[in-house]
Ligand binder design. Structure first.
Ligand code: SF4
Length: 208
C-alpha cells in the first residue's frame, strides 16, 4: 500500500470515529479525537482518552499533557509529525473519569485498525489503561520503561504525561524511559531489515 492509500484509509477511520455512536460517550463529546501524526510513523503513542482541550479541538494531547509530551519528544530529537498519537477511547469521558470496560471494548477496533495500517516498530503506551492492552495485569510502577518485543514489534510502557505533571517525582523516570525510544526504534529497524522478525499480523484479528 502506498503512502497516499495509507493516509486515505486512516482518514476513513477518522471519519468513522467522528460520527461514531458505538458507546454513550458520543452524547457528551464536543469533538471525537481519532488521532494525529504520520501515517508512516515508526513510533505510535497510545494514551487513555481525550481531556477538555482535546475534546474542544478534536486533536490528541493538546493541553498541558500534550505540551509535556512535545517536550519529551524534543528531548529525543523527535517532532510530533514524526510519530502517531492516539488514545484507547476517542471521545472524552465526562469529568475525565476513567474509561469503562464496555467503552474500551466498543472503541478498541478503531485503534486496532490504526495499528494494523501504520504498523509501527514501537508502540509506547502512556498510562495504565493503554499499558493493559499489551501488559495485562501489570503494574505501571513496576514495569515502566521495560520494553517487550513481541511478534515483530516493541512495546514500551510509559507513565501518562499527566501523572508526571501531577507528581514531579515521576518526571525523572518518565524522561529516562522515553530516552530509550530511539534506540529501541533503531534496533527494531535493524531486526526487521535483517529479516529476523516479521511485521506483526495479530491485530488484524480484531478488525471490523
Ligand atoms: S468513545 Fe469510541 S466507541 Fe465510544 S462513541 Fe467515541 S468513537 Fe465511538
Amino acid at each position: 500500500m502506498d503512502g497516499a492509500e495509507l493516509g486515505a484509509q486512516l482518514e476513513r477511520i477518522a471519519h468513522e470515529v467522528r460520527s461514531c455512536e458505538r458507546c454513550g460517550l458520543h452524547a457528551t463529546r464536543t469533538h471525537a479525537v481519532p488521532g494525529a501524526g504520520s501515517a508512516g510513523a515508526e513510533i505510535l503513542f497510545i494514551g487513555e482518552g481525550p481531556g477538555f482541550h482535546e475534546d474542544q479541538q478534536g486533536l490528541p494531547f493538546v493541553g498541558r499533557s500534550g505540551e509535556y509530551l512535545s517536550y519529551l519528544l524534543n528531548l529525543i530529537h523527535l517532532r510530533r509529525e514524526d510519530v502517531f498519537i492516539t488514545n484507547i477511547i476517542k471521545c472524552r469521558a465526562p469529568n475525565n473519569r476513567d474509561p469503562l470496560p464496555h467503552e474500551i471494548e466498543a472503541c478498541r477496533p478503531y485503534f486496532d485498525r490504526q495499528l494494523s495500517l501504520i504498523d509501527p516498530l514501537v508502540v509506547a503506551t502512556l498510562g495504565r489503561f493503554s499499558m493493559r492492552l499489551f501488559f495485562p495485569g501489570a503494574s505501571i510502577s513496576r514495569i515502566h520503561g521495560q520494553a517487550r518485543i513481541d511478534g515483530g514489534r516493541a512495546y514500551l510502557p510509559l507513565y501518562h504525561p499527566a501523572a508526571a505533571l501531577r507528581n514531579p517525582n515521576l518526571r525523572h523516570d518518565m524522561e529516562a524511559d522515553i530516552a530509550q525510544l530511539r534506540t529501541l526504534r533503531d534496533e527494531m529497524r535493524q531486526r526487521r531489515a535483517a529479516g529476523e522478525i516479521a511485521a506483526p499480523k495479530h491485530e488484524q484479528k480484531t478488525l471490523f
